[in-house]
Design a binder for this molecule. Structure first.
Ligand code: MOS
Length: 752
């Protein structure tokens, strides 16, 4: 059997995707379906003083217009950060209150999507407008969950002031990151169909269990009465993780009109009906002795949140896990402003915090007159700096060494401004990448037929990352089948328990479940053939029969392929479930996962710290006169345990680096400060890198073995590649120009 893990297997769904036969949620059109459209507020704060729906109702094709006064049986759920499955705890259309710009205030149902849209535009609304503030005020920040507990939002180890006092060099710096929006290619959509008390919802989702659990609870229905389908997802990045108002409004509207309703959220509305990445401030104070060893590490992160939710993605938990230091102080702070609630966005804290941390480390290296790579080496550690447990594996410096070789780091000029290319100032910069190895409980069901076909079923998701392919590979490798002989079924809440496709958990968690299910298939077949009268394995002790690449092997060298053995059994087909739960996962975390919560083990267990690592290097050209910034080369080297699929993993890392480049130079949600609105609220006006921005992009994937993390030795990679890129670019800008850029995106006007 050919090896299938750690090879370049082409996506099993590639043909379906490029031929348009892969069915996304909005492609399912139930009979008699009507179309929904949202009308959203133009003001950010105040009250609805009156709504006139007469013109909308008179519009040909419009079936119904619902407002906060007329939508019967509309249910809401608690927000994610309040321990519920919703994306926010304040819900639109429950009353007249307006808490953010772009808040839905009416829902139109019509015979066509165009009529619904026209109807929404024809609604006349009067506001009582109050002043609103969209940017956070860092001076009004607060700590949630304050305490000395190291799991908490503040942490003090040693004496930070003493550490700074003992330092040969110190750095004190503040870095800023802006509001950002995910803009997935597949737009937000929800289709709801009621048949009596049976509800079916088609909706792109990162967590079909969260959706089903939230909807069932809201309507007081058993979960068996709610079907949630999300077979393919065209990008999510955190924006499709929770139960949103657009989903619950569509469900209520479908019930009210007595027909299935589909809503496709417009591009501008996508900015306010789901989550986004909040703006942040990253404040660092670092101290180091003359050899570069850190004597003090202080990080205070201030992140924006809404008035009604404490949206906290604790970035200081990550930065304080990075480098050895005897004196550490971190604070996780929030500051409120008048927006809808933010949430997760690809590497939800690491993108921002590592822009800060790795820029500050670069400043420290320059002050010390040290090679920035050597500064990381001096502060590398095999034990977690706070929890004092070993890292299960940590290939940070292996990553730096590999990328230094491929990039030619040693060839750089040692002084600021020492390299030029015509009118371009040239600089090199580096930065660390890391991502926690999070694992959630997962089950998988595998059915195998003696004819040589297998089916893998689980309530996991492929958000465009390649999960269909890696699960097929894992099963194929163990069962001894070609990848094409394995069908993977996902994206339905009724399938065996699987976690949210977030926090880079899917491959490690659900991959382990598939692996265990296949082991259980082999055990079941071994028991059957050992009990038979003839056959190569007949009469053996089944406990002594092992599975190796699809072949059952006895203790005396007896062997038979799993498929042949299975074919010799009376039924010729067998089904087994595999359940994976990392030993460090708490019972509470497990219970959260049943109904769609986010129960995670890791990254630090009582005995180990589990993280993936990498290093990135950027060559930046800054034009001497125009100050245009170009990035002709971006190299990364990463280690994340077992690579399941070298092609899809490479794409994930490359995609992360491209997005990291975008965050460095392009990406920002501009705001209209007086009106407290997101301004460039459309993918067409939200700048992202195009091919001409991405020149030489090289990804090196290092071999790393980690027997602790999970049976396959897999760490997550969906978010690793974006971490550190912006700092590598900014550090290269400094090398080229001597100008330290402390905010992203970095623009021509920032280089004076
Ligand atoms: Mo992803 S930002 O972990 O949903």
């Amino acid at each position: 059997m050919a090896q299938t893990i750690n090879t370049e297997v082409t996506r099993v769904d590639a043909r379906r995707k490029v031929t348009g036969t892969a069915s996304y949620a909005a492609d399912s059109i139930p009979a008699g379906m009507l179309h929904g459209a949202l009308a959203c507020t133009a003001v950010a704060m105040g009250r609805i003083a009156g709504i006139d729906t007469a013109r909308a109702e008179a519009e040909p094709g419009v079936v119904a217009v619902f407002t906060h006064e007329t939508l019967p049986d509309y249910k809401t759920v608690k927000g994610f950060y309040a321990g519920g499955p919703g994306s926010a705890s304040f819900w639109p259309m429950e009353g007249t209150e307006i808490r953010y710009a772009g808040q839905p205030f009416a829902y139109v149902v019509a015979e066509t999507a165009a009529a619904a849209r026209r109807g929404a535009d024809l609604i006349a609304v009067r506001y009582e407008e109050d002043a609103a503030q969209i940017h956070m005020d860092p001076g009004e920040s607060f700590i949630i969950g304050a305490g000395e507990d190291s799991e908490g939002m503040t942490l003090t180890k040693g004496d930070i002031e003493a550490g700074l006092g003992a330092a040969a060099q110190t750095v004190e710096a503040t870095y800023r990151t802006p509001f950002q929006h995910h803009n997935p290619m597949e737009m937000f959509a929800a289709t709801a169909e009621w048949r009596g008390e049976q509800l079916t919802v088609w909706m792109p989702s990162q967590s079909v269990r969260t959706l089903r659990g939230g909807i069932a609870k809201a309507y007081g229905l058993p979960e068996t009465s709610v079907r949630v389908l999300s077979p393919f997802v065209g990008g999510a990045f955190g924006s499709k993780a929770g139960v949103t108002p657009y989903a619950m409004l569509t469900i209520a509207a479908a019930r009210a009109v007595g027909a299935p309703v589909r809503l496709i959220v417009t591009r501008p509305q996508m900015y306010t009906v789901a989550t986004f990445r909040p703006e942040t401030e990253q404040k660092f104070r670092l101290g180091a002795d003359a050899d570069g060893k850190l004597t003090a590490f202080e990080h205070v992160e201030i992140a924006q949140t809404s008035r009604f939710d404490d949206v906290v993605n604790p970035g200081t938990h990550m930065t304080r896990s990075m480098y050895a230091c005897p004196n550490i102080h971190t604070e996780q702070r929030l500051a409120r402003s008048d927006t809808n609630s933010g949430g997760f966005m690809r590497a939800p804290n690491e993108m921002q915090t590592f822009f800060g941390l790795e820029s500050a480390m670069d400043e420290l290296a320059w002050k010390l007159g040290m090679d920035p790579v050597e500064l990381r080496r001096v502060n590398d550690t095999n034990r977690h700096p706070v929890k004092d447990v070993p890292f299960s594996s940590r290939s940070l410096m292996e990553s730096y060494d590999a990328v230094s070789r491929s990039f030619g780091w040693a060839d750089r000029g040692r002084e600021v401004g020492s390299m030029t290319d015509g009118d371009w100032l040239v600089g090199y910069g580096c930065a660390t990448a890391t991502y926690p190895t999070n694992m959630s409980p997962s089950s998988a069901r595998v059915r195998m037929q003696g004819s040589g076909h297998a089916y893998v079923e689980l309530a996991a998701h492929d958000v465009g990352t390649g999960s269909y392919t890696i699960f097929a590979q894992i099963a194929a490798a163990q069962l001894g089948l070609p990848v094409e002989a394995v069908d993977v079924v996902m994206g339905e809440a009724d399938l065996p328990l699987a976690p949210i496709a977030g926090g880079s958990t899917t491959a490690a968690s659900s991959g382990s479940a598939v692996h265990i299910a296949c082991t259980n298939i082999a055990r079941g077949v071994a028991e059957k053939v050992a009990a038979q009268k003839d056959g190569p394995l007949a009469g053996l002790d089944p406990a002594q029969i092992t599975l190796e690449n699809g072949v059952l092997k006895g203790p005396g060298g007896e062997s038979q392929s799993l498929a042949e053995a299975l074919a010799s059994t009376p039924m010729g087909e067998i089904e087994a479930e595999g359940q994976y739960r990392h030993p460090a996962l708490t019972d509470k975390a497990l219970r959260m996962t049943y109904h769609g919560g986010y129960g995670v083990a890791g990254p630090v267990t009582p005995e180990m710290a589990m993280f993936a690592f990498g290093a990135q290097m950027a060559e930046v050209h800054v034009h001497r006169y125009t100050h245009e910034i170009r990035v002709p080369r971006l190299h990364g080297a990463f280690a994340a345990g077992t690579w399941l699929n070298r092609k899809t993993a490479h794409s994930q890392l490359m995609g992360g680096m491209v997005w990291g480049l975008g965050s460095a130079l392009h990406e920002i949600t501009e705001v209209d400060t007086p009106r407290a609105r997101f301004l460039n609220a459309n993918i067409a006006e939200y700048l992202i890198p195009v091919n001409a921005d991405v020149r030489e992009l090289r990804v090196e994937m290092l071999e790393e073995r980690d027997d602790y993390v999970n049976p396959l030795g897999v760490k997550g990679i969906g978010e690793l590649g974006i971490v550190g890129t912006a700092a590598a670019v900014g550090n290269a800008v400094y090398h080229a120009t001597g100008k330290r850029l402390t905010a992203i995106p970095m623009r021509i006007s920032d280089i004076v």
